[in-house]
Structure formats: structure tokens, C-alpha cells
Design a protein around this ligand. Structure first.
Ligand code: PLP
Length: 461
């Protein structure tokens, strides 16, 4: 076996990267008020902001785009997407939506409302927002290991089923809107969920007659970890593993911008007819007719193909090994990480990388800025900038962890891009003691990480 992970594809079409130097990037970052979200994409060389909607489509998907059938009702492309989703999920009713959160709004407005509780391993932020918007409460119950950066538990994305039972017993089964299992657990570091955890949740939901939903954005990546780490799955294909997981649940919400390998799209799939009818009514009012949702025919064609390609064994192995390659390289040089490395991203523990920077001076923001200045790499702070709140005295209540996420777009960067990122980190590590923190000079009331302005505490960097 050779060690080099070759990309299991060759390149037919290229998109130039605007190569910049450090001097230019100092200007760009200052103009962006030291907030990488405010940078023009053209001034970024390696964009690790998100893996959502940033996948490169295949030649087959681009051909599908040309074959897309734009009929308003009953288009061929819809039939193809519906068939693929039905086969994969096993659910009878499939509703196309323009992205994941549209599916979330539809299902959670049907199930939610005052007095209802939703329980998840960790609600993704749009999931939580859509649930809370209906007046319901959203409770996260990851297993304890899930919030310890150094724990090497193989399934850190699991839900704490003991807590699940006690919350249900305390509040009563009829007040639970749904139990939502997010695979992989995006907000918990892209960590996988085991099949046995899903089975335990199924039996508790059966006992109390509660709806069990899968947030399946990264169900293929999760299947990879199950085959690698859980007993009894080594002989199954990744797709068979995903199919098994869907069949433990009553419905699924998907942002196809992740494992659908497309730039836009999603769906809601349901077992129960009554619920599906109610959701379809909302779909038609707010998204579009039931055979296209908010999507063009060509988008649905690309989703149908993407959902097949993502389970290709060679693709998925390359994908997961290349994420791990970046993680292993960083670990080998002593960069502190959230471990084990998850599926779609590598998370750096910025609090330990810059121990001299306290939380209220935002070590994660400092690292995100340094990555851009040194290497033109864009990453996202997931720490006290994103989650920090103020107490009544106006003091920062910091986030429990100060992380920086390097999310890897699918099929976009090659191993030499990753080698370059590792090289940049070597430099950052050498200079790490000289780096100081940031202060916020302007911030909005909600979701401040997107638009806040910063200033380096030690003058111009
Ligand atoms: C991205 C994501 C969503 C929301 O999907 P959008 O397509 O961005 O609207 C929901 N849940 C999880 C786990 C996600 O990663």
C-alpha cells in the first residue's frame, strides 16, 4: 500500500486562485476590520470557511445540469431525485427544499409551538433557531465526552440516552416535539454517531411514542466512521450503513450542500402521511410546488447524482483520509486540536495555541487573522466571538472552548494545497509567542461573528 492519498479524480476545469502576498493581505484584513467573514473571496487563497455549498461538482453532475427538466410539475429531474432519496431513506414522502433550513422551518413549525421540547445530540444553529422561533425549547444532550477536547471516544457525536430518558420522563412524552439526531454532529466538531446510539434512541422513542428525526447532512461521512470504528459493519457498504440508520428513524432533514455534493439544495423526507400532507401545504405556500420546492430542475438532477456519488467508496475514503491527513500533520507538529479529527473539518484549540491571550481578547480571532495574513487561508472562529455573551455588568461570559475551524470543501483542494496549509502552520507556530489579542470595536446584537469589527490590541499587526 502506498501512503500518498491520490485524489480519485482528475481535473477537467480549473478555477484560478488569486495569489496574494503578505503586504496585500495586511491591507485587505485591515479593510475587513480583522473579520475574515468581511473579506472578498477573491482575496482568499485557501477558503476553509465552510464545507457547505462549496463542493466541486463532477462531470456527471454538470452533464445532469444540462439535462435538467424545468417542467413546473412532475419534471423528470424531480422524479429522479425523489427516487434516489426514497431508496436511500426508505421514506415514502419526499419534499424538495432550497436548502436545509427551509426543510427545518417546515417540519419544526408543524411540530413545534409553545410548551414543546426538542432534544438533540446538538442542535445545529439553524435547527435551534427554527425550533425556538416557534416558541419551543431546544435541549442539547451530547455524551459528556463530546465536550472534552482531548477525549478519544470513537463516537463523540453520540446522544446521552440516560439524559434523554430522564428529560422525557420529567416532561412527559406528549410534550416532546421530536428527538433529532445530527449526523455527524456538526456543532460538536463533526464527530460521528454510532449505530448502536441510534438504536437506543429508537427504542426510547418507541417506548414513549415520540417522533425520531435524522439531521442527515453528513450521513455518508458518518457511515464511514461506523464502518471504521463500530463492530459488525466492516462487511457493509457505506450506503447500506446509511440506509440502516435512516430506517431507524421516522424522517430526515437534509442540507444537500454537504453530502449531497451540490452548491444549493435540500429535502425533508417523512414516513407519516398526515405529517407529510401538512408539510407539503406549507412547502407549496412558501417554497414552491411539491415537485420542485425552491429548486430548479437542474439542481434536482445534480442532487440525485451527488447523493449517489457521495457513497462511492473511493471518494469517501479519499475525503476522510485527506481531512485526517491535515489533522495528523498539525498534531505531529504539536498544534493542539479537538480530537479525534472529525469528518468535514479540523478544529484547532486556539486557547492552548495562544495561552498568552485570554478569552476576552479572543485567541481564536487572533489565529484566524494570522492564518489569513501568513497564508491567505480563511478559517472561522468558533469560540467567544461566536458564542460569547455579556453579563449584566457588561463582562464577557466566554464560550467553553476557543476553537478555530478549518472546514474542508469536498473535491476542491488537492494534497499540495494541504501541504501548503501545514507549512503556514509551521510559521505560525514559530511566531506564536509574539501574537496578541483583539478587541471588538463594533458589534451587532445578533450573530455578531458575521459582521463585528475588530482591532489588534498591539497596534497594526
Ligand atoms: C448546514 C446544516 C443545516 C442547515 O442547512 P442549510 O442548507 O445551511 O440551510 C442544518 N443542520 C446541519 C447539521 C447542518 O450542517
Amino acid at each position: 500500500m502506498y501512503k500518498t492519498i491520490i485524489e480519485p479524480f482528475k481535473i477537467k476545469m480549473v478555477e484560478p486562485i488569486a495569489v496574494t502576498n503578505e503586504e496585500q493581505r495586511i491591507e485587505f484584513l485591515e479593510a475587513a476590520h480583522y473579520n475574515p467573514f468581511q473579506l472578498d473571496a477573491d482575496s482568499v487563497m485557501i477558503d476553509f470557511l465552510t464545507d457547505s455549498g462549496t463542493s466541486a461538482m463532477s462531470a456527471e453532475q454538470w452533464s445532469g445540469i444540462m439535462r435538467g427538466d424545468e417542467a413546473y410539475a412532475g419534471s423528470r429531474s424531480w422524479q429522479r431525485m425523489e427516487e434516489v432519496v426514497k431508496k436511500l431513506t426508505g421514506f415514502e414522502f419526499v419534499l424538495p427544499t432550497h436548502q436545509g433550513r427551509a426543510a427545518e422551518r417546515i417540519i419544526y413549525s408543524a411540530l413545534g409551538g409553545e410548551g414543546k421540547t426538542f432534544i438533540s445530540n446538538t442542535h445545529f444553529d439553524t435547527t435551534r433557531a427554527n425550533i425556538e422561533f416557534t416558541g419551543s425549547e431546544a435541549i442539547d444532550i451530547p455524551i459528556p465526552e463530546g465536550t472534552q477536547p482531548q477525549s478519544l471516544h470513537p463516537f463523540k457525536g453520540n446522544m446521552d440516552v440516560t439524559k434523554l430518558r430522564s428529560i422525557i420522563e420529567e416532561r412527559g412524552g406528549e410534550s416532546i416535539g421530536a428527538v433529532i439526531l445530527t449526523v455527524t454532529n456538526n456543532s460538536g466538531g463533526g464527530q460521528p454517531v454510532s449505530m448502536s446510539n441510534a438504536k437506543d434512541i429508537r427504542s426510547i422513542c418507541d417506548e414513549f411514542d415520540i417522533l425520531f428525526l435524522l439531521d442527515c447532512c453528513r450521513v455518508a461521512e458518518n457511515a464511514y466512521f461506523i464502518r471504521e470504528r463500530e463492530d459488525g459493519y466492516s462487511e457493509l457498504s457505506y450506503k447500506q450503513i446509511a440506509e440502516q440508520m435512516f430506517r431507524l428513524t421516522d424522517g430526515a432533514v437534509m442540507s444537500a450542500k454537504k453530502d449531497g455534493l451540490v452548491n444549493m439544495g435540500g429535502f425533508l423526507a417523512l414516513k407519516n402521511k398526515e405529517l407529510a400532507v401538512e408539510c407539503t401545504n406549507v412547502l407549496i405556500i412558501t417554497e414552491g410546488f411539491s415537485t420542485y420546492g425552491g429548486l430548479s430542475g437542474r439542481d434536482m438532477e445534480a442532487i440525485a447524482i451527488g447523493l449517489e456519488e457521495v457513497f462511492d467508496e473511493k471518494y469517501l475514503e479519499y475525503r476522510m483520509k485527506s481531512t485526517k491527513y491535515l489533522g495528523d500533520g498539525l498534531e505531529a507538529m504539536g498544534v493542539p486540536l479537538l480530537l479525534p479529527v472529525g469528518g468535514h473539518a479540523v478544529y484547532i484549540d486556539a486557547a492552548r495555541f495562544y495561552p498568552q491571550i485570554p478569552a476576552h481578547e479572543y485567541p481564536g480571532q487572533a489565529l484566524a487573522c494570522q492564518l489569513y495574513l501568513k497564508g491567505g487561508i480563511r478559517a472561522v472562529e468558533i469560540g467567544s466571538v461566536m458564542f460569547g455573551k455579556y453579563d449584566e455588568q457588561g463582562e464577557l461570559i466566554p464560550s467553553p472552548m476557543e476553537l478555530v475551524r478549518l472546514a474542508i470543501p469536498r473535491r476542491v483542494y488537492t494534497q499540495s494545497h494541504i501541504e501548503y496549509v501545514l507549512e503556514v502552520f509551521r510559521d505560525l507556530k514559530n511566531e506564536k509567542n509574539e501574537i496578541s489579542g483583539y478587541k471588538i470595536t463594533e458589534e451587532p446584537r445578533f450573530l455578531r461573528h458575521f459582521t463585528a469589527h475588530f482591532e489588534p490590541l498591539k497596534g497594526r499587526v
